[in-house]
Design a binder for this molecule. Structure first.
Ligand code: ATP
Ligand code: MG
Length: 392
């Protein structure tokens, strides 16, 4: 082994094993993405028989762990030690892992051995028993093969790997294998989670945000930028387009029945999203809507919104409840930003009694009577663009 690549990580590749024909593309993309996180870190990434191996110098350990904590398309990972393929060495390494597990609070354990090197004199079961007995006899942990607190893995492949605690990965498919989507990103809890859901299905995500200065503050936009930055870390970078929507909102307020304001605003957002998709090459629009969560999210109102979209509208949260959404937001680190109390543009002009089941023809007629297309074009032309990278 390269002397200055002493840290070794074993990475379990998730769902990729299911992908028959195009598995090569998925694997290649996963490796490329991992390499992007590790540029300049003297790390080596390779994939072999459904496992990814990352080797790097000890000094690059924080960068490797950052990468594995953000990379989508992996089921889990562990820092492993490489030992000589001799039972004495395996036993020693397993004992050291057992001590670590005990110090972390475990009381029971089992050894799980796998052997693809069939020339090794002991079979998997014998390796587990030998190494396990040593730990047990030394009084470090006691054996429980059914519900152990800790599992210590021994994998005899072209080299012998021993490892303990595994960290879960984000699963899904490698970002960049599923085309590009345009996320309508607001400062709320939902839309960043929707973006994460799609990027963890392989979609590259660009973001679009509508602001209403001076009704909304620069802090509200700062919050959206922070959310885009957070998503960029999983999505191997993202672009954020910021479109000024003040005049659009004022026009809706001044010319349309108040109860229709929210659904009309949604229609306007879709019209601008179409332009942004055409510009960026996105093939779908992604939103954080969840059925019934607020008035604009009834099936009738979503139908009206859809009528303006020239691209499929993906709503990955449509059947999720708020608690589930919040759990994901906390896991991906967007929750704390999302709950900061800066007002959103929609809230300011929200009608007191929004129409719950907008009629498509009626709403389209109101939309047309506003004669708002010119303003939408102007708003889009005035967009600002920002780019966020994937590194901390
Ligand atoms: P979120 O928590 O994502 O803000 P929400 O439950 O508050 O969602 P709405 O305000 O009705 O719901 O917004 C529904 C969806 O519309 C959002 O998830 C987002 O995709 C999009 N959206 C709303 N406001 C904006 C905005 N200012 N800029 C871009 N997209 C927006
Ligand atoms: Mg919102």
């Amino acid at each position: 082994m390269d002397a200055d690549r002493s840290a070794v990580y074993l990475v379990k590749v998730g769902e990729l094993t299911l992908k028959g024909g195009n598995i090569k593309d998925f694997e290649q993309r996963l490796v490329q993405n991992a390499q992007l996180y590790l540029e300049g870190k003297n790390a080596h990434v390779r994939l072999r028989s459904g496992r990814m191996y990352v080797e790097a110098p000890e000094s690059s350990v924080p960068a490797v762990e950052y990468a594995l904590n953000h990379l989508v398309g992996i089921a889990g990972w562990a820092k492993a030690r490489i030992v000589e393929a001799r039972i004495e060495d395996i036993r020693c390494a397993v004992m050291e892992e057992a001590v670590k597990a005990r110090d972390a609070g475990a009381r029971t354990f089992k050894v799980e051995a796998r052997r693809s090197d069939k020339s090794f004199p002991l079979n998997s079961h014998e390796i587990s028993c030998e190494a396990g007995a040593a730990v047990h006899e030394a009084g470090i942990l006691s054996v429980d093969v059914h519900r152990p607190d800790a599992v210590i893995w021994v994998e005899l492949r072209e080299r012998c790997y021993v490892y303990g605690a595994q960290k879960p990965g984000h699963r899904g498919l490698p970002c960049g294998t599923g085309g590009k989507g345009l996320l309508l990103l607001s400062g709320g809890i939902d839309s960043p989670v929707a973006g994460f859901r799609m990027l963890s299905r392989g979609m590259k995500i660009d973001c679009l945000y509508f602001h209403s200065h001076p009704y909304t503050s620069p802090e509200a936009q700062g919050k959206v930028e922070d959310l885009a930055r957070a998503l960029a870390r999983y999505g191997v970078g993202t672009h954020l387009n910021v479109v000024p929507f003040t005049k659009v909102q004022e026009k809706i307020r001044d010319t349309a029945p108040p109860d229709y304001a929210t659904v009309l605003l949604r229609m306007c957002m879709m019209k601008v999203a179409n332009k942004a998709c055409a510009m960026t090459g996105a093939k779908a629009i992604v939103t954080g809507e969840s059925l019934g969560q607020v008035a604009s999210q009834t099936v009738e109102n979503l139908t009206v919104t859809n009528s303006c979209a020239e691209y499929p509208v993906l709503r990955p949260l449509i059947g999720m409840d708020k608690d589930e959404i919040i759990a994901v937001a906390k896991r991906i680190g967007t929750y704390e930003t999302s709950i900061l109390p800066y007002e959103d543009c929609c809230v300011l002009f929200s009608p007191r009694h929004p129409v719950l089941r907008a009629n498509l023809e009626e709403t389209e007629a109101i939309y047309r009577s506003m004669d708002i297309e010119g303003l939408l074009e102007e708003a889009f032309e005035q967009r600002e663009h920002k780019r966020f990278g994937w590194l901390p």
